[in-house]
Write a protein that binds this ligand. Sequence first.
Ligand code: GLN
Length: 490
Amino acid sequence: MSDAVPPSTSLPAVEIAAAVRRGERSAVEVLEEHLAVIHEREHEIHAFNLLMDDHARVAAAHVDRQVAAGHDPGPLAGVPVALKDNLCTSGVPTTCSSRILEGWCPPYDATVVARLRMAGAILIGKTNLDEFAMGSSTEHSAFGPTRNPHDPARVPGGSSGGSAAAVAAGFAPLALGSDTGGSIRQPASLCGVVGVKPTYGRVSRYGLVAFASSLDQIGPLAPTVADAAAALEVIAGHDPLDSTSVPEPAPELLARLGEGVEGLRVGVVAELMGEGIAPDVRRRVEAAADALAEAGAKVDDATVPAATYGLSAYYLIAPAEASSNLARYDGVRYGLRVDAPTTAAMNTATRTAGFGAEVKRRIMLGTYALSAGYYDAYYGKAQKVRTLIIRDFAAAYESFDLLLSPVSPTTAFPLGAKAADPLTMYLSDVCTIPSNLAGDPSVSVPFGTGDDGLAIGVQVLAPALAEATMLRAAAVLEDAVAGNHPGGRR
Ligand code: GLN
């Protein structure tokens, strides 16, 4: 086992932005370099559903003109950004990798998309995902799977697999994903990049196509912790268009990244280190705990007993919310319509043709869990478990500032290995789901490789709104890996 991180070929986003703002690099040149990398390897990886190269060229030229005129285009000036294809982009197809949205173009930008544009970022394309973000491998896309850039025979994880692969392949130094049960962190872990799930409400969900509204959060995937922090500073902050948006300004993150972890209390979550976690993954988490201790943190074992039931509660709550959210795809309002003699038959024909097998499975699970007679036994019970998880985390955070755990139980698995077995696939999320249910932030930081030489991410979890502390620890882990390997990522 080594702790070298598979290299990402992306230049850090913050370095690109700094050079573009100073006029040392042109945004057009940066864009063309990334498009060249895409053209070289995209046919093999399939990170994108759609390349926005024409839009991107216009936006990049605009950034260069702003710089030439002495104006500051913003903190992400000239940074190419890949967007998960469940984020609405005005006039640009947004498919959720589903046939049911075929031909639909949103009439508005998601808040995060508008904020990226305002910050000078260059939107280069829409990335592949598991249909409606339901999955852990990006194999449930109606447009075919994405492949892991470190080993194309393996999955990139999911559901934000296209975004993670785009960053890992050097197609973009920054991407956005969405995370309902792990969909940013798990692909980040499997692709060797940084992935942040912010506090629920930290980032506006306006314009994110809803999967499970009480769990969904948008967040960045990036080659470095600093890049993820820079992106989060841009996309976070109150938005009146999302009623669950936290009424707080975006947190200051970048300026605090170097503060270290001296004196912080860090707990390793015992319940997430046991059965089902591969020994090489467990060893990397232990090595991360040692690295934080060496940097001055007080590390100990922590317990979040109800976390054990997170997976079961999630696979009732998320499908229940999905079954309601996906009722809107009726053949009338969006995308696909399969005509039939009556409205009801048209609805059925459209949904039968438009949704893939996993989405149908979730809708059936959710409808069942919500149905009269079963509601109390399933949905109601799952909500009670959710409350226990929230309480157990709150109790743990009385003794600890941060928690540590694996992200994914294993490194990237071969394509097809779990596709036919939903339960095995669902188990991929066992370590990531608890913080979605609690609404707390968490990050996957690359921390070396497993016995197979593939990337392993370590998860740092924090209480609500403590992203700054969480990312300080992530930066310490990043430095620990880079320090061990001077030829490494930074
Ligand atoms: N893999 C999980 C699921 O299939 C999580 C998905 C997500 O976070 N969007 O539901």
